[in-house]
Ligand binder design. Structure first.
Ligand code: ATP
Length: 221
């Protein structure tokens, strides 16, 4: 009996926004995932340190996901010392779920960056990879994904979401999602310039950002 896959959505979530939420919701339903776990990273290895501290990024995630069936925060990277490598995260999920299919959910921008990730070629041994299109990033041409990661993925591609339930790991699927041109960096810049992020983030997240004044002023250099 095939098991419904578990979706794993990693990121800095500095802050979580509606682009993340809509993408996760659409992947949850269109791929018939059992659940999507939002996994905030502790020390992002490939990018500058986050602006909001861990505890606040976690609070914003919890506020955003409260009462949403199928979407859950998973704090395992925050509890693990050292840099947050996705390969370690997938190993820890794999140890928990046995042969249940796992799907690593990535925006196209994150997929293109894969070759900079630690032991990235091992990722498909641990999970399927689902790539959500994202505005402003190279489009797949005739179903082929671009770059070194695209070449690596080419023999694993499928267009059938049903394949994700048939094996624990190993396939790559490109999925269309509603294109929302929202990014955490643009939200931080907006707040730093005195703007209002209403309708880019859930109201509960906006409330937390306003209350804590996080992102309100550019970081001192
Ligand atoms: P920043 O602007 O700081 O780079 P971000 O908005 O890209 O942040 P992250 O936390 O880095 O947010 O992203 C986590 C994951 O969510 C990545 O896989 C990324 O591709 C995806 N993602 C972020 N924004 C969107 C969006 N608007 N639509 C689809 N996927 C998104």
């Amino acid at each position: 009996m095939p098991q419904q896959p578990l979706g794993i959505f990693g990121g800095t979530f500095d802050p979580i926004h509606l682009g993340h939420l809509r993408t996760a919701h659409e992947l949850l339903t269109s791929l018939r995932l059992a659940e999507v776990r939002f996994v905030p990273s502790r020390l992002p290895p490939h990018r500058p340190p986050t602006v909001a501290p861990e505890a606040l990024r976690l609070r914003m995630l919890e506020a955003a996901l409260e009462g949403l069936p199928g979407l859950r925060v998973d704090g395992r990277e925050l509890r693990r010392p050292g840099p947050s490598f996705m390969v370690d995260t997938l190993l820890s999920f794999r140890a928990e779920v046995g042969v249940r299919p796992l799907c690593l959910l990535l925006g196209l921008d994150a997929f293109l960056e894969l070759p900079t990730w630690e032991r990235w070629r091992e990722l498909p041994e641990l999970a399927h990879i689902v790539v959500a299109r994202r505005p402003g990033f190279l489009e797949p041409v005739a179903g082929q994904l671009p770059g070194e990661a695209g070449e690596f993925a080419s023999s694993r591609l499928t267009t059938d979401p049903g394949d994700l339930a048939k094996s624990p790991a190993g396939r790559v699927l490109v999925q269309d999602v509603t294109q929302l041109e929202i990014s955490a960096s643009a939200i931080r810049e907006l707040l730093a310039a005195g703007g209002d992020p209403r309708f880019l983030v859930p109201e509960s997240v906006r409330d937390l950002m306003v209350k804590t004044h996080i992102y309100a002023h550019p970081k001192e250099v």
